[in-house]
Design a protein around this ligand. Sequence first.
Ligand SMILES: Cc1ncc(COP(=O)(O)O)c(C=O)c1O
Length: 393
Amino acid sequence: MRYNFDEVIDRSQTDAYKWVRSKPYFGTDDLLPLWVADMDIATPPFVMEAVQQRAAHPILGYTIPGEALNSALIAWLHRRHQWVVEPQWIRMVPGVVTGLAIAVQAFTEEGDKIVIQTPVYPPFMDIVEKNHRVLLYNELLEIDGRYEIDFDNLETCFKQGPKLLILCSPHNPGGRVWCKAELERMHLLAQKYGVVVVSDEIHADMVLPGFSHKPFATIDRTSAQNSISLVAPSKTFNIAGLGISFAIISNAKLRTKYARVADKLFINHGNIFGYTATLAAYQNGHQWLDELMTYLAGNFAFITKRLEEIAPAIEPHKPESTFLHWWNCKKLEMNQSELVSFFVNEAKLGLNNGATFGPGGNGFMRLNVGVSRVVLEQAMNRLEQAMGSGLKL
Ligand SMILES: Cc1ncc(COP(=O)(O)O)c(C=O)c1O
């Protein structure tokens, strides 16, 4: 390995979300925070060097990202995902959540129905509700410790006339990397019922060894025509603070609709450091990312083994992607507030409450493994102690 991911980095004095929001979220900040979905692993050195070099120039004025950035993104998507993207399909957007909100406004009206598949990244629900659209839930099926799509219920949802399906691919939480057959079935159903698919592929680069992400737009010749995709370097290279993402829309009609909303709000740019970091990341990041995913696979394996030893009643989903581990805690036989209280007050661990991920999330907690292995050892020791202190199994 050329890169070392073992360094323990203190972010507690950097206004990191996971630290600042600990108290409001958990009621205390006396926790090991393993929740918010960014990593405590250093942004790659070649990205930091590029940013530092740019920061050394005394003026940070209006700046154009330039052709090189689009070319680097296109080359990245081609090499990682065999996806051929034309420059005119790309629209910059500060964040994927912003892109989702633009899509909701562009492709639906107030009161329209939108399908999501839960448990899912909580802002999917907020975006729909804050825009006064109506949520239709297609709850995922949990089969042998992994999520599968409930296609019968998806069709039932589609029969109610939704305009949009917001897809999370790969899926957060649970880490499923949807396979081609699953994506194809979703696409064919969406096409049959005239539902546009907005595919949030923010986790696309972070697939574990042995898995391969299929962009929705590449399922067949028609899937790109009935969808838009959102991608970003933010999770992959741990640069979420730089606010840069991309909408990729090959269908000119959908692109025009999306642009109408984005242009009205003048949302079509990032910022200097986002441009610089993204260019460096996409140009130089392949080996770093491959090594990172091997390291994260080791972290997932470590946690899985420790859980078997100290808390076999907690059954994690078998990860396929992301750095987020989804723990089925139903065999602990606690209600959700007892479960949350156990992790906060007994184990002193800051994990995401599964209930916040919508229908199907009760009984689950989510742990972020995007940290040094040493930190995970500490976390599991805390859990071991808590399990030993009087919990009845
Ligand atoms: C599925 C998914 N989409 C979007 C985001 C956030 O995207 P952004 O920070 O670019 O708005 C996250 C972050 O956890 C996520 O998991």
